[in-house]
Design a protein around this ligand. Structure first.
Ligand SMILES: Nc1ncnc2c1ncn2[C@@H]1O[C@H](COP(=O)(O)OP(=O)(O)OP(=O)(O)O)[C@@H](O)[C@H]1O
Length: 297
């Protein structure tokens, strides 16, 4: 797996407040990296530094091993937090214009625009002024604008905010296609369910520091304690006294419990069967939301 975009020891302060502390992570070719953190954690500041809108106080951003240049940034596709399309221009006109700004011929820009507007479900609205579109549709236009020049990498600040579930699916599909075609995608999001569904890699930031980074599977296994769910027919309270078991949740016949390191789960199952029928017994995988709560504390 080749890391193409790398942040290495990035610091940034505003006044005497340090908002990024030694931020380092990799974005890998062909993968979707979700950048997750609470309000004010430092996501937008990090993305602005990647895009060159803000300078880092220390550390560096490299693209394919070289410090990121203006020229390389032209081949980026980005969606800044302050969206920045022109409200009084038609959707088609401005996506085409942005394609030309990024070096496409007028013809190529028009073709790319038409294809993208179709793909994001805005073909019918192409001639409408941006300001007349709903917020969700403006967001779709932003996605088209970020993609029109077929960028080598995508850096998107909250690309899913304000989208309805169908639009989320459309945008997820478009981004996944780009990633599969080789363009790494770095996107920030508050919507952990979307991140969980979409990303291959995760970077979790809290209070300006990277708390965890790696593939979804790596994070899952790193933060998984052996946790199980047991559903029986009568009260499962006896689990409380079973060696190695620590109850997480007990609701009558249903229990969720952790096992101490080195404890085998099969004796617990046998003990349950000795007491009567077992309706369910299964390992519980933590959701991304749980991992996030754990590491961002
Ligand atoms: N230009 C600025 N001047 C002063 N402080 C700033 C500036 N930009 C950001 N900050 C502060 O830096 C911290 C990180 O902000 P940032 O916007 O990067 O967070 P975020 O993770 O994107 O948050 P959110 O999810 O709420 O958008 C916040 O405390 C914010 O108030």
């Amino acid at each position: 797996m080749t890391s193409v975009l790398r942040l290495d020891g990035v610091d940034r302060s505003f006044g005497d407040r340090q908002v990024l502390k030694d931020v380092s992570f990799d974005v890998v070719a062909g993968r979707m990296t979700g950048f997750v953190g609470g309000n004010g954690a430092g996501k937008t500041t990090t993305m602005r530094i990647i895009l060159g809108v803000l300078a880092a106080d220390a550390g560096q951003v490299t693209w394919r091993g070289e410090p990121l240049s203006r020229d390389a940034r032209r081949r980026f596709g980005y969606m800044p937090e302050e969206r920045g399309l022109y409200p009084k221009m038609s959707v088609r006109e401005q996506v085409t214009y942005l394609g030309q700004l990024h070096g496409l011929t007028a013809d190529a820009a028009r073709r790319a625009t038409d294809g993208l507007l179709e793909r994001v479900g805005l073909a019918e609205r192409g001639n409408d002024l941006l300001e007349t579109l709903s917020l969700g549709n403006q967001q779709r236009a932003q996605i088209a604008a970020a993609l029109v020049h077929d960028p080598e990498v995508l850096v998107l600040d909250e690309p899913f905010s304000g989208l309805d579930p169908l639009a989320v699916d459309t945008v997820v599909g478009v981004l996944r296609e780009r990633a599969t075609a080789g363009a790494p995608v770095l996107f920030s999001s508050h919507q952990l369910d979307v991140v969980e569904r979409l990303c291959d890699d995760l970077v979790i930031i809290a209070d300006g520091s990277i708390r965890a980074a790696g593939s979804r599977e790596q994070l899952r296994s790193a933060y998984t304690t052996p946790r199980f769910e047991l559903v029986v027919e009568t009260d499962a309270g006896w689990l409380r006294d079973h060696p190695g078991v620590s109850l997480v949740d007990l609701d009558g016949a249903r229990a969720v419990f952790d096992l101490a390191a080195g404890t085998d789960e099969q004796p617990v199952l046998r003990a349950a069967l000795e007491r009567g029928p077992v309706r369910a017994f299964r390992p519980v995988t933590p959701s991304l939301a749980e991992i996030f709560r754990e590491v961002a504390k």
